[in-house]
Design a protein around this ligand. Sequence first.
Ligand code: FES
Length: 140
Amino acid sequence: MVRLPLRLPLTILEEAMTVTLYVCITCRAGETIGEGEATPGKRLHGAILDAGVPDGVSVVPVECLSACSQGCSVALSAPGRWSYVYGRLSEAHANDVVAGVAAYAAAPDGLVPWRSRPEIFRKQSLARIPPIAVVPEAAE
Ligand code: FES
């Protein structure tokens, strides 16, 4: 078990609070990709960056989120918050993904009211994963 010190430098705490959007750049979304062509996942990643990501959000390209049959996929998480995996996406959804990420980042617990979520986040969620519990160090 990893035990964290009780006092962490502010920069570490700020980094730990960062919301991370993982974008699968190897998703093919059923397309045949020619030599040197960008995958649909890589195009989605580029479109998300072009759309502009809110402060406090890191966009991390990853290879496979195990949702390969579900079009392009992304995952959203932050320490102490529920994590979500969304699928059936394309680069055309980049602005909606960014809007959903912004709402998630702005919600202190990451729980965005249903009606405030973009439609793709309401209808294209593949998984919802509970926050990982931080076990406090036992008193001696
Ligand atoms: S290749 Fe993208 S989820 Fe598997």
